[in-house]
Design a protein around this ligand. Structure first.
Ligand SMILES: O=C(O)CCC(=O)C(=O)O
Ligand SMILES: [Fe+2]
Length: 845
């Protein structure tokens, strides 16, 4: 272990009268500034007692439970005060998030102070933890230490000034009304199994300001880059000493004569490490211009004058460049260059002006954050609770067809039982467009919270009816809720899942088939046992003998209500970060992503500064106050609904490719909307005509159970298939064509067993295509218009369904519609190959 860096100098000479010692100190400091800008000092005036007390308080804060610490999070301010969670920064490219947490303290600046009003660099009131044992003393000790560090920094600057033969008072204008930041740091031990190449307490970086004064507790870990030998030198802690280093601003100020050097922390000690750096920025309005004696005769200064404020703000770039020299890689996931790094050419070209650059890049950053958070508990739970939407969709869609024959036997006023399907479809059409499109304006959560509840209440209420008109009305209402389930639930799952697991969106459809199994089982149990004989009429069929369909509805409605309660009270879900970003609610988007990180027990990957950096780089004025987030929810809602007026579909046709994509997608949905119900509505009647013997209810339901159970395989195998190099489009197109061919073949089935086999295969294939279509659609539309794009698609699907049920109601059942359906499936397959954009391998934005 190399321990000869940096030298420890006795600073007491500065305060003494021994001129020789003073000169020696200045000479030693000069040597260090020229070499690597690092030295250590003992013999300063900061008392050991104050140092120890401060460290003790810092440790006490970090020992608080996580949720207590989060209460004082620095994201609540835009002036960098308060708690910073573990893993908030990556200071060195290619390494894991920095394994440290921090607490920032600065000058106590009230909200009427000119610095605050003018939004001067990091100026504003401090955030003070109230959960520590003695909050008052925590605050006063911190401020006392902060003041002591100011005084020491001024003294150190005087000595540094002397190394350049500047007068003792040279830095006075710089140190008057100076800004500085004190940062309490805690580094947990590097995990034993961590990859030494990737794990950092703090990645290699240079500091930004003039000087940094660092107090280390007793655990080592700090390393300084040695330029001459190209190696890292350990800075072993010396009790009470300060490690002093020059920052980028001083390097510039000295015309690069003095050095701002790379350093990093890797805590391999197995112990908790604490340190307290103090970053001295100086007076924000002071103009940094080449110091005297820093250039040779005739030499010009390398840099133009710049204010302290500007250089610190811009110095993320400097740290970028300095670390670049070290590893020809960028250094920070936070800082300039971020927008450039995130920019994805294919996305930019495909989506064009349908979304702003700011949204696109921020959404890509959200994808990157979910990649860091990884697939975990939160998303698996979300897979289940969004699945509830698919299950209930089937409850209603299959449920209505399942109970219609019983209604016909009992209700006196049934003109045509198919009218109830038409009423239901009318509800679905309204529901799909309302919930889908409004998800872009009022958010994804209203649909998530309301649709299951409405469906559950009205679904159960259907059981109380005894007349057909009421029955149709109820189904129309259920439709308005059910129409919103699947389009919005798939968007929600998509917008929280890491790109690596986006294929699971396709698997979500398996819940729909699972719902079908439930309906078939419930139908089998109740309808086969509590239904009037098939030859009854409303005169002979009494309510008491026909309770089966009512039990079905109570069971399905009850289950939907349980699902709704779980969503409302058990599973906590923030609003989707993509939706929040599309509304400019950046701070809430940050919190939504970090919430998922906390649920997955992962470091929080995002902070507001990263979004602000993107805007800054794009030359957009950064709204530091996040004005909109402070509005009441009512006000936000009104604002969003006002946006609706200006909403148009034009954005979904913004580029030639996007226009082609939108057109084909919608065409596919409309076509499948007709083909799928056409086939499945006609099939039972067709079969009943064909296989007249042995079609007891029992057998029918047994077959339903078998085919729906096999159907579950469709979406699951599709999920794996879309994740291969064939991608979404090829799999969707190919499977639709194969499904169409099997449909043609179906009519050739001659035995009940052959019939069951065909029905299983076509069910499986149909659901395979369906699942891809349901996933590819929200995946490929851009976040701000995802609801409109997917909601419209779902509306077209239901319109197709309405057309199919009209055909079913008004035509004599024959084999022709089955052929038509087969042709339509093949058509869907063919047009799928005309889709211009593939989502496999890229995260939805
Ligand atoms: O904790 C340390 O020892 C170093 C901290 C540091 O370099 C920084 O915060 O800039
Ligand atoms: Fe540093």
């Amino acid at each position: 272990m190399l321990t000869d860096a940096p030298p420890i100098l006795d600073f007491s000479a500065f305060y003494g009268v021994d001129e020789k010692a003073k000169t020696q100190l200045v000479e030693d400091v000069k040597k260090c500034c020229l070499h690597n800008g690092f030295f250590q000092i003992v013999g300063h005036k900061v008392s050991t007692e104050l140092q120890e007390k401060t460290i003790k308080f810092a440790k006490e804060f970090f020992a608080l439970p996580q949720e207590q610490k989060n209460k004082f999070h620095k994201d609540q301010t835009t002036w960098n005060r308060g708690y910073e969670t573990m893993g908030s920064q990556i200071l060195e490219a290619g390494t894991l998030p920095d394994l440290k947490e921090g607490f920032y303290i600065g000058e106590e600046i009230s909200k009427d102070h000119p610095y605050f009003v003018q939004k001067k660099l990091n100026s504003g009131p401090n955030v003070w933890p109230t959960s520590v044992s003695d909050a008052k003393s925590w605050e006063t000790t911190s401020m006392e230490y902060y003041k002591a560090m100011h005084a020491l920094a001024r003294d150190v600057l005087v000595v540094i000034g002397q190394t350049l033969d500047l007068g003792e008072r040279y830095f006075d204008p710089f140190t008057t009304d100076a800004i500085a930041t004190l940062r309490y740091l805690h580094y947990p031990p590097q995990p034993k199994d961590s990859d030494a190449k990737l794990s950092r307490g703090i990645g290699a970086h240079t500091d930004f300001g003039s000087v940094t004064l660092l107090m280390q507790d007793e655990v080592d870990g700090l390393q300084v880059w040695e330029v001459t030998t190209n190696e890292w030198l350990d800075v072993v802690p010396t009790k009470g000493a300060y490690v002093v280093n020059l920052g980028n601003m001083f390097m510039r100020w000295s015309n690069d004569r003095y050095f701002s050097n790379l350093h990093r922390v890797i805590n391999k000690s197995g112990k908790e490490r604490y340190s307290i750096p103090f970053f001295y920025s100086g007076n924000p309005d002071y103009v940094i211009d080449c110091l005297p004696n820093c250039k040779e005769e005739g030499e010009t200064s390398k840099y133009p004058p710049i204010t302290v404020e500007e250089t610190i703000r811009g110095s993320y770039k400097a740290s970028y460049g300095a670390a670049d020299a070290y590893k020809k890689q960028q250094t920070t996931s936070y800082g300039e260059g971020l927008a450039m790094k995130l920019d994805d050419k294919d996305n930019r070209e495909f989506y064009g002006s349908s979304i702003s650059d700011s949204y696109r890049l921020k959404s890509e950053l959200v994808s990157k954050s979910f990649k860091e958070i990884e697939m975990g508990r939160y998303q698996w739970e979300l897979f289940v609770v969004t699945g509830f939407g698919w299950i209930t969709d089937n409850f209603w869609s299959q449920g209505i067809g399942t109970i219609q024959p019983s209604i016909k036997l009992e209700f006196a006023d049934v003109t045509m039982v198919g009218f109830s399907s038409i009423a239901y479809y009318a509800g679905l059409i309204f529901g799909a467009s309302f919930w889908g499109i409004s998800a872009d304006f009022i958010g994804r959560k209203p649909a998530f919270n309301a649709t299951l509840l409405i469906g559950g209440v009205f679904g159960a209420a259907v059981a109380g009816l005894s007349n057909f008109v009421g029955f149709c009305v109820m189904w129309a209402i259920i439709g308005t809720a059910a129409g919103g389930n699947v389009p919005v639930d798939s968007m929600i799952f998509l917008e929280f899942v890491p790109g690596s697991h986006q294929y699971l969106l396709t698997a979500l459809s398996a819940w729909w088939n699972f719902g079908q199994v439930v309906v078939s089982l419930v139908g089998w149990v109740f309808l086969a046992n509590f239904t009037c004989p098939t030859d009854s009429t409303p005169e002979t069929c009494k309510r008491a003998d026909n309770m089966g369909w009512r039990y079905v509805m109570i069971t399905l409605g009850g289950m939907a209500l349980v699902f709704a309660i779980i969503r409302l009270f058990v599973f906590k879900m923030p609003e989707s970060p993509r939706y929040l970003l599309s509304k400019g609610r950046d701070a809430e988007a940050v919190e939504a992503v970090n919430y998922v990180a906390r649920r997955n027990k992962k470091p929080e990957p995002l902070h507001l500064g990263m979004f602000q950096d993107i805007d800054r780089e794009l030359g957009i004025t950064v709204n530091e106050d996040e004005g909109r987030a402070c509005l009441s929810h009512m006000a936000i809602m009104k604002g969003n609904l006002a946006d609706f007026k200006s909403a148009n579909y034009k954005d979904l046709f913004a580029t030639r490719k996007l226009a082609q994509h939108t057109t084909i997608i919608w065409l596919i949905w409309l076509t499948i909307g007709i083909a799928y119900p056409l086939y499945f509505n006609f099939l039972p009647t067709y079969l009943a005509q064909k296989f007249t013997e042995n079609n007891s209810l029992d057998l029918t339901y047994r077959n339903y159970c078998i085919t729906s159970a096999v159907g579950v395989v469709g979406p699951i195998s599709a999920a794996f298939a879309v994740n291969t190099r064939f991608g979404r489009r090829w799999m969707m197109g190919g499977s639709a064509i194969v499904a169409g061919i099997f449909l043609f073949g179906y009519t050739g089935a001659t035995t009940p067993t052959g019939n069951l086999a065909f029905s299983c295969v076509t069910g499986l294939l149909g659901n395979f295509t369906y699942a891809i279509m349901y996933a590819f659609t929200p995946e490929s539309f851009p976040g701000p218009h995802r609801g409109t794009g997917s909601g419209t698609a779902a509306t077209l699907l239901r319109l197709g369904g309405l057309a199919a049920s009209l055909i079913g109601t008004y035509t004599n059942f024959s084999v022709v519609p089955i052929y038509v359906s087969a042709v339509l499936w093949i058509l869907v397959g063919v047009v799928s190959f005309g889709l211009p954009f593939e989502t496999h391998g890229r995260s939805a934005i």
